[in-house]
Design a protein around this ligand. Structure first.
Ligand code: G
Ligand code: G
Ligand code: MN
Ligand code: NA
Length: 254
């Protein structure tokens, strides 16, 4: 059958599930948060990458119910972990949001409903959007303001790979910059490393938090620490983990 139709049918089944990649403090390697990442285990095709099915879901509009499901599932999981593991539980839950979702006039109300249903405090939710998403937002920058007024945090994902960055930061209300992994993974002193230097200076000047993505080696972690980055993500510290794997780590830290 058609992949789009199969994705529609998969919604609400356990073919779709979330993995959680830790956000780690460079200070003490503690798990300060997790990013929810969707996975689709197709019965015949095996694991289908979200890089393939999210664009499809965006084209068909299925991203709207799918995105609501991701958000509700992730918020509920964060609350469950806090109930079980207290302060050892990840403080924030990051959820990726597509342009199509953010453009919906009802999106802030939907998020508010999910927070009310799950009991997750708004400051524990971080919505990740891309520069491209913001550029296609148009009038719906209103939605970003509404979400931030509710106390929800907004992060610019893959920061540095999009366009019109400075204008965008001026016009668009965000709390956090996620340095794209192409800058994290460079060698000290090369051109891309210079971007890592510039981004933390920019973030400090604007009062924004930072996360450096895609840390794969101890050298990269040391370099980022020296530059002043405090929170990172990447395979060197942890891959996207199943619920059971996260709970294994939390039980050890509890
Ligand atoms: O997890 P992975 O690296 O395979 O993700 C590939 C892409 O899919 C990334 O750009 C990531 O942001 C995106 N992605 C993963 N999960 C979600 C989700 O729940 N919603 C949206 N909109 N994008 C997601
Ligand atoms: O676009 P976004 O930043 O949301 O993409 C998240 C994706 O990045 C996840 O699918 C995850 O698998 C991938 N990822 C996370 N850490 C690393 C890393 O250290 N190296 C690489 N190459 N990919 C990573
Ligand atoms: Mn992301
Ligand atoms: Na990311």
């Amino acid at each position: 059958a058609h992949l789009g139709a199969e994705l529609r049918a998969a919604l609400g089944t356990d073919q779709l599930f979330l993995l959680y990649q830790p956000l780690v403090s460079l200070d003490d390697a503690s798990m300060v948060g997790v990013e929810a990442l969707i996975r689709w285990k197709h019965p015949e095709r095996g694991l289908v990458s979200p890089a393939d099915f999210i664009p499809l879901a965006e084209r068909t509009g299925l991203i709207l119910p799918l995105g609501r499901w991701v958000l509700a599932r992730a918020c509920r999981q964060a609350v469950t972990w806090t109930e079980r593991y207290g302060d050892a539980a990840p403080q924030v839950i990051n959820v990726n949001v597509s342009a199509r979702e953010l453009r919906e006039a009802t999106f802030p109300d939907q998020v508010a409903e999910i927070l009310a249903e799950t009991g997750l405090p708004p400051h524990r939710l971080v919505l990740e959007i891309t520069e491209t998403t913001v550029l296609t937002l148009g009038a719906s920058v209103t939605n970003l303001h509404a979400l931030r007024e509710m106390g929800i945090r907004v992060a610019l994902d893959d920061f540095g790979t999009g366009q019109s960055t400075l204008t965008l930061l001026h016009d668009c209300p965000v709390d956090e910059l996620k340095l794209d992994r192409s800058f994290t993974q460079s060698d000290a002193g090369d051109r891309r490393d210079t971007m890592a230097v510039a981004v933390i200076q920019l973030a400090r000047a604007l009062g924004l938090d930072t996360v450096a993505e895609g840390v794969e080696t101890a050298q990269q972690a040391d370099r980022l620490r020296a530059l002043g980055y405090e929170v990172v993500q990447g395979f060197y510290f942890a891959r996207p983990l199943s619920v059971e794997q996260v709970e294994g780590e939390l039980a050890a830290a509890h």
